[in-house]
Design a protein around this ligand. Sequence first.
Ligand SMILES: NC(=O)c1ccc[n+]([C@@H]2O[C@H](COP(=O)([O-])OP(=O)(O)OC[C@H]3O[C@@H](n4cnc5c(N)ncnc54)[C@H](O)[C@@H]3O)[C@@H](O)[C@H]2O)c1
Length: 353
Amino acid sequence: MKYFIITGSAGLIGSECVEFFIKKGFKVIGIDNDSRKKFFGKSGSIFKRRKQLLAYKDYKHFNIDIRDKKKIEEIFKNYRSKIKCIIHCAAQPSHDWAVKDKILDYEINSFATLKLLDLFNKYCPEASFINVSTNKVYGDNPNKLKIVEKSFRFEVERSSKYYKKGIDESLSTDNCVHSFFGASKLSADLYVQEFGKNLDLKTVTFRGGCLTGENHSGVELHGFLSYLVKSIIHKRKYKIFGYKGKQVRDNIHSSDLINCFWHYFQNPKIGRVYNIGGGRENSCSILEVINFFKKNYNIHLETEYFEKNRVGDHIWWITDYTKFQRDYPKWKIKFNIEKILQSIASYEVKLIQ
Ligand SMILES: NC(=O)c1ccc[n+]([C@@H]2O[C@H](COP(=O)([O-])OP(=O)(O)OC[C@H]3O[C@@H](n4cnc5c(N)ncnc54)[C@H](O)[C@@H]3O)[C@@H](O)[C@H]2O)c1
């Protein structure tokens, strides 16, 4: 039998990976201790999602902390070469939270990743290791691009090499403010590359922009689009932090991201790094999302504006995913931005009916 280990298995990306790979005929070992509840409170808990996953007979859940090397090693020892892939999705995912407990943020995001890589190398080096990283590894370097202000969004200048397709992997990760979250994720990202390039292992790190979908337990501190749409549907006041609400993000639906993992798994390469996101077509600003719901559904959102932006927050980020597409030309994005917004909204509407 072939096994996948998925960390953060009840979170947004992890839980969809579980369902996807079970449908593909694999058995899945999930590791998630609902740290998300600890980070963000009850509304951030993945409790419900975990319950749904437990219904799959091919799913085995371990309610343990990824920092606990002894317990994690037991799993690797038991399954060894039956493990075909590790998808590492567990993380402390918020930059605002990281500043409150830098050590814990580092231990989860960075040190635990190193421990996992070490176990992967020791027990199942023929497997693939897929790491979910972030565009915050580039810190606030994107904010140094020449940016112009439009009515509802900021935009990079047309003359910029990033205008057409967005930002690729050539952007420097140095000489910038990362946020403590960005720093711990960059450290993990480098270790994943190092285990690939130095030890000739099949590792990949995907630097995600905004990963989203109806299964996201979006909260104020993490899950921008999910939280914004929830606020709109549930008529909750929404706080905008800086940049006049014109900050731009590109969004990728979780199922499109998981499809990247599938393509990589079928044809893994050594020590790869890819920017991944929804690209220019899937980009939006906060104001544009608010306007979308106003125009199409006549729903108004009450907002409160705070002048100070979040530390290291991007003014404009659009992902150039050309490098991944070049290596995996059969991968295509299926969810455009309207479809993403509608899927999150209709899920939330169902919850209140
Ligand atoms: N959602 C986004 O917009 C986004 C953007 C870029 C990168 N990422 C990265 O993608 C990955 C997955 O993100 P997500 O949106 O699914 O996050 P998520 O918070 O929904 O899922 C992460 C899961 O990891 C679990 N977890 C955290 N610490 C743990 C620990 N010490 N032990 C065991 N389990 C633990 C949490 O309980 C949670 O269920 C993360 O690495 C995140 O940094 C996310």
